[in-house]
Design a binder for this molecule. Structure first.
Ligand code: SF4
Ligand code: SF4
Length: 170
């Protein structure tokens, strides 16, 4: 199978349209590949573990308060350009819906009312820790979170490669 690709420098709307149309065209072919199916399950589980750890150590609560009182500040416009079409396609396979428009001109295209709309996120989003979180969290707990995020990133990297392999027909 050959697939026409979008480049990293394409507009985010173009990448989203590419991911949506690739999802519709190749969903069945893709979901017959056991390596990819196992990779999706592994990634979903790893993200679940990272999120649970973030809740456990209080980051989710700190961010919710920051959003409410100070409007948040970390998911700025332009960050969406780090995402390639493959990563957006992976989000569709994880049952996430991609937005059609940007909610706020100053914010990332993927920032929804209740936070990030994506499940599989770019390394820059996973690794980001603002000063507020760093100063209010126990470093040992942050290290534990980093370990879990490391597993999430490894799963994501492998799946990203497998999705490309399957859709490029290699
Ligand atoms: S990461 Fe930091 S700046 Fe961003 S919402 Fe959370 S507390 Fe606020
Ligand atoms: S976490 Fe989500 S909303 Fe925030 S910058 Fe990353 S993709 Fe955008």
């Amino acid at each position: 199978m050959r697939i026409k690709e979008v480049s990293l420098s394409s507009a985010i709307e173009e990448k989203i349209a590419w991911a949506e149309s690739s999802y519709q065209k190749f969903k069945e072919h893709f979901l017959r590949d056991k390596v990819v199916l196992d990779g999706l399950k592994g990634l979903r589980d790893a993200i679940g573990v990272s999120h649970k750890e973030m809740r456990r150590i209080g980051i989710v609560q700190i961010c919710a308060e920051c959003e409410e009182r100070e409007g948040g500040s970390c998911c700025g416009a332009g960050l969406e350009n780090r995402y390639d079409g493959w990563l957006l396609l992976i989000n569709l396979f994880l049952d996430k819906e991609l937005p059609e428009t940007r909610r706020d001109a100053k914010s990332c295209f993927f920032l929804g009312e209740a936070g990030c709309l994506l499940y599989a996120r770019h390394v820059i989003c996973i690794n980001y820790l603002c000063k507020k979180i760093a100063s209010r969290s126990d470093p040992r707990k942050i290290n534990r979170l980093r370990e879990k995020e490391g597993q999430e990133l490894e799963r994501l990297f492998l799946l990203h490669e497998d999705v490309k392999r399957v859709l490029r027909g290699r």
